[in-house]
Design a protein around this ligand. Sequence first.
Ligand SMILES: [Zn+2]
Ligand SMILES: [Zn+2]
Length: 346
Amino acid sequence: MAPQAPDSAVKDDLLDDLTPQEQAELVERELKINLRGIISNLRNLDWSKVVWRNLIMFALLHIYSVYGLYLALFHAKWRTIFFSVVLYFMAALGITMGAHRLWSHRSFKARTPLRVVLALFQTIAFQNDIYEWARDHRVHHKYSETDADPHNARRGFFFSHMGWLMYRKHPDVIAKGKGLDLSDLENDPVVMLQRKYYLPAVVTACFVLPTAIPCIYWGEHVVTALMVAGFLRYTIVLHITWFVNSLAHWVGNKPYDKSIYPSQNSVVAYLALGEGWHNYHHVFPWDYRTAELGGLVNYNITCLVIDFCAKIGQAYDLRTVTPEMIGRRVTRTGDGTYASMTQKAK
Ligand SMILES: [Zn+2]
Ligand SMILES: [Zn+2]
């Protein structure tokens, strides 16, 4: 299946619905903490749509992670900390390079050994199986900021960050998700094998092995290993991934298209191995770099790893965008910050 180019018909419909003031806000927004707004949102929330099981699980996960942070600071062995950082990189790459750039967008092709490694890394991250992750992400791109977008940023920062996982899906998300062609995923045996054995695989990769390895190899206490390399590391990777849908849809420049929410956010790029250049990514989603500038200039670790895999023959058919095409788009729809942004990068 071809990666989805921005669907101009959908976006135009979307903008037509807006008042001039809302359109202005879409272009010029900043993140404001509005306590009154938060309280009134909570009062008006349809509580019958809250998925209590997920809410309780996330609450417990965060309690364990705070305890994990205390253990990491005062009790854990340095090897456990180092091991947790390695797991963070593996899980993050499983998402950015695997679920996102390879399987959701088909921005490059990968040979079976690399696909197997990426599927294992993606399992460590425990963010639903690849098939489901890619389906939700394709719907997000195709119907950004509409009811069919699973983490529609118009519903607020918290909803786009993690609230969407604790609230029943909007019927449009399910309907539009069913309308997508996912045959490329269905024809990938690595994706379908992971989906078939997802539950035992995810428990083993995300919690059992991260606990067992520090206990067996350097005598870490079992509770410390589980809380630090398991829960704390898991929570950190979750929030970093969620920042792409929240912060990078709320804060940052829009040098490529000022009419959309996704923005260039360097903080998210640093944390998420190069995924924060989100204005570019939503305009050119098939580019394997997810940014105009790959490599170290944009702290685009994922791009460097894909380049390395291409050198050793595991990745191929890497897709990009020509500078002319980028230039035309910048002139036509950019917010005017392109020149200063590229000067800073040099
Ligand atoms: Zn997005
Ligand atoms: Zn994407």
